[in-house]
Design a protein around this ligand. Structure first.
Ligand code: UD1
Ligand code: UDP
Length: 382
């Protein structure tokens, strides 16, 4: 039996982790013992607790409760807490997801004391190092022992950075094994789409109809922390909702919600609040977001997760960023990058709204990525 410590902290990691926990429960109970550590990066009930309940994720064995803070202070608290746990738990490997501060803290704390790091969602790049996530993911990849890329682009990026695609029977930090295995979030979307059929509450509560609304989220620091960008985004939404006479539903990340008033001009803020077609609601659970994604006419987002889920549920997507790590959906015409530029947002929206000949190739695997990952951990970590 091997012991792994899984690090979660931000909302998308909690969601992602359910795929591996489910695979362990169904197929690897005898081979893998999972200890879960929540760093406490996200802590509001609707950013954390809701997912454990509805996605059947085991309660974390530890919660560091680091909360919010500057990058340095938040990451440092995590590293300190995680190191102590690793020293007492003595795991065979540490699993980290994605590219958040919880990811880099887990990887750094483990690698420095010679515990193999298993990076799920490796190899993704925006090629924009002003993003905190880009620094986190590059550093994490280069201290990992097992790397699992969700896309072909991911493995090509790693190869370009010098990773060998040869596999050894035992992986080490100096001779890591890299696999392209598909996206565990595709596993999750397939699995929970069946369950979410029963969760119509959000549609009823918000009085929404199929294809009658646009689902939108915004939370990237490049959008929320620059007033001009917030202004461009929200002016566009206001105009689009009027031009197309369609509702926008925004389950807003607390980061964005707390900055609406201070970042928007008074007139835009008033217009947004008074516009009955703009519904700003609290973040919702995963069953509700899946229901919204499936029923929306289109998505507008800067979220990595929502970009892909738009593709999984065959909806076009306006991406409020200048680059994306999920470049295949842009190259295939399912999504358009607009940054926070009002003209580009309006034009991308119109193009996608009026088009109906999209294709959805299988870029993200076959829904069995989590089982593949578990098997490699069992076989290749010493
Ligand atoms: C983090 C990740 C980002 C990911 C996002 C997913 C980093 C550097 N960023 O960004 O990559 O896309 O999570 O959602 O790790 N807040 C609350 N309640 C909470 C959590 C946060 O009010 O439960 C507020 C606080 O004001 C906090 C702010 O949101 O300062 C930002 O939170 P933080 O975790 O630092 O970054 P995110 O923007 O959530
Ligand atoms: N999500 C959710 N409720 C919401 C908004 C998002 O469950 O109100 C889910 C979404 O479906 C996706 C994940 O959270 O799986 C994405 O998280 P987020 O947008 O916070 O981060 P990112 O993916 O950009 O890192």
């Amino acid at each position: 039996m091997k012991k792994i410590v899984t690090i979660i902290g931000a909302r998308p990691q909690i969601i992602k982790s359910s795929a591996i926990s489910r695979a362990i429960q169904s197929d690897f109970k005898e081979e893998l013992n999972e200890v879960i550590v929540h760093t406490g990066q996200h802590y509001d009930e609707n950013m954390s607790k809701v997912f454990f309940e509805e996605m059947n994720i085991p309660t974390p064995n530890y919660n560091l409760q680091v909360g919010s803070g500057s990058h340095g202070s938040q990451t440092a608290k995590m590293i300190e807490g995680l190191e102590a746990i690793f020293l007492s738990e003595k795991p065979d490997g540490v699993v980290v997801y994605g590219d958040t501060n919880s990811t880099i803290a887990g990887a750094l704390a483990a690698a420095k004391i010679h515990i193999p790091v298993i990076h799920i969602e490796a190899g993704l790049r925006s090629f924009n190092k002003s993003m905190p996530e880009e620094l986190n993911r590059i550093s994490c990849d280069h201290m990992s022992t097992l790397l699992f890329t969700p896309t072909k682009t991911g493995i090509e990026n790693l190869q370009r950075e010098g990773f060998s695609l040869e596999h050894s029977s035992v992986a080490t930090i100096d001779s890591p094994n890299v696999y392209h295995c598909g996206d565990i979030m595709y596993d999750n979307s397939l699995h929970f789409a069946k369950v979410a059929n029963n969760f119509q509450t959000v549609m009823e509560a918000e009085k929404l109809s199929e294809n009658g609304f646009i689902l939108m989220t915004v939370h990237r620091d490049s959008n929320t922390d620059i007033a001009e960008n917030m202004e461009a985004i929200f002016t566009s939404v206001d105009e689009l909702s009027k031009k197309y006479q369609i509702e926008f539903v925004l389950p807003l990340h607390p980061r964005t919600k707390s900055k609406l008033k201070s970042q928007l001009s008074d007139s835009t803020y008033d217009q947004v609040i008074e516009n009955e077609r703009i519904k700003i609601i609290d973040p919702v659970g995963f069953m509700d977001i899946i229901t919204l994604e499936r029923n929306a006419r289109m998505l507008v987002t800067d979220s990595g997760g929502l970009q892909k889920e738009s593709f999984f549920f065959e909806k076009p997507c306006v991406i409020l960023r200048e680059q994306t790590e999920w470049i295949e959906i842009v190259n295939n015409g399912n999504a358009i990058l607009t940054g926070a530029n009002a003209g580009r947002i309006m034009s991308a929206f119109s193009t996608l709204f009026e088009q109906d000949n999209f294709t959805y190739p299988s870029y993200y695997g076959d829904g069995n990525a989590a089982k593949f990952i578990c098997q490699k951990i069992v076989d290749e970590i010493e």
